[in-house]
Design a protein around this ligand. Structure first.
Ligand code: HEM
Length: 229
């Protein structure tokens, strides 16, 4: 084999060609086998050394780069969290705790109702918001009328009793009687708008409540101007 390669390499070369390096016979790596009985064909499940015994990688293993600690990789957060900052006090100058896990001062106190008027009333059993949703979708007649009507203020005014209370919100007139016991603000407050346009009072109390959704099943008609006689 070696002589074949040598003759193949030398054929066609001129004297100007660089000298052909002589082939070296490389002896196999020392085997673990004392008696050298293990051969290529023999079963040997032990994996080869990695990195290879004479590899450059193995020589360099002494110089493993140092693994940086967490604090070297990422600086620690500032000791004072924004959550404990007091409004109007310069950051870090107050006597706040150093833990950023401390509760922000705004949530350490229970929120107080803005006024006595806005306090919620205790709803009687079976009158929770979920119960109202169930009643609305039950198919029960909550309007009390057969068709939607055009309702002038003079007609609206007549429906001002607990058992027959209509109120207008954003141009739509609703029968609020079935909703009275479900109102979280109480019957009394809701009755203040019975027989009249409650849009303003409603918006001043809780503009975030979606009246159109809450009372869609109670719609009786639309508020119109008084017909001229
Ligand atoms: C028919 C129209 C109305 C509907 C559908 C309605 C609905 C609601 C709902 C869903 C809440 C609970 C709000 C919440 O938890 O955030 C509430 C609370 C309240 N409502 Fe009404 N409301 C109506 C009309 C009124 C009116 C006209 C007043 C007028 C005085 C009023 C006074 C209150 C008060 C004082 C509360 C409790 C305090 C609060 O939650 O802020 N509501 N209402």
């Amino acid at each position: 084999m070696t002589s074949y390669l040598r003759s193949w390499l030398t054929s066609g070369t001129s004297s100007a060609d660089p000298p052909i390096p002589s082939l070296q016979r490389v002896s196999p790596p020392p085997s673990d086998d004392e008696d050298g009985s293990a051969t290529e064909t023999e079963d040997n499940d032990s994996p080869p050394a990695f990195p290879s015994l004479n590899s450059a990688q193995r020589v360099q293993t002494q110089k493993i780069p140092r693994i940086l600690t967490d604090s070297e990789l990422m600086p620690p957060p500032p000791s004072l969290g924004l959550a404990v900052r007091k409004p109007g006090v310069a950051f870090g100058s107050s006597n706040t705790t150093s833990s950023s896990l401390a509760l922000p001062p705004t949530t350490t106190k229970r929120p107080q109702p803005a006024s006595k008027k806005r306090e919620k009333v205790a709803l009687t059993p079976g009158h929770s918001p979920l119960d109202w949703a169930a009643l609305k979708s039950s198919g029960a007649d909550l309007r009390g009328v057969d068709t939607l009507m055009r309702i002038p203020p003079s007609v609206l005014k007549q429906h001002n009793k607990r058992d027959d209370a209509w109120s207008a919100f954003n141009g739509k007139v609703y029968n609020i009687t079935p909703y009275l016991p479900f109102h979280p603000g109480g019957v009394k407050d809701l009755m203040r708008v019975a027989g009249r346009d409650g849009t303003k009072l409603f918006a001043e109390t809780h503009a975030w409540v979606n009246v159109d959704f809450m009372l869609d099943a109670c719609l009786v008609g639309f508020l119109v101007a008084e017909p001229s006689s």
